[in-house]
Design a protein around this ligand. Structure first.
Ligand code: FES
Length: 111
């Protein structure tokens, strides 16, 4: 079996809206995670690409948050409709999507 080339971690954390921080999966339905899993499968990438549900990735204010390892590419504000192009552009072609990228200087900023 080939090694995984990409692990896509999709935050599915659900938090009380009154908390003041964001919450990546407001409905708790894991629809974004499911969309990644479906897209990976649809493209026949499941032997080398893994889409995993993740707990809070601590970028809540910038969510929904996704991080792709080992490339360490962080995306924020990810919508279901972004999933096909993330897989196509980033996973398959290695291109970073500037409109979704959380730049290093914004990572771990709590504002
Ligand atoms: S709730 Fe998703 S990064 Fe914290």
């Amino acid at each position: 079996m080939p090694a995984f080339t990409h692990h896509i971690f999709i935050c599915i954390n659900q938090r009380d809206p009154a908390s003041g921080r964001g919450s990546c999966d407001l409905t708790g339905e894991q629809r974004l995670r499911d969309a990644f899993k479906s897209e990976v499968k649809r493209r026949g990438l499941q032997l080398t690409v893994r889409a995993n549900a993740a707990g809070c990735l601590d970028q809540c204010e910038l969510g929904p948050t996704v991080v792709i390892y080992p490339q360490a590419i962080w995306y924020g504000g990810v919508r279901i409709e972004d999933v096909p192009r993330i897989v196509e552009e980033t996973v398959i072609h290695g291109r970073v999507l500037a409109d979704l990228l959380i730049p290093d200087e914004r990572l771990n900023c709590k504002k």
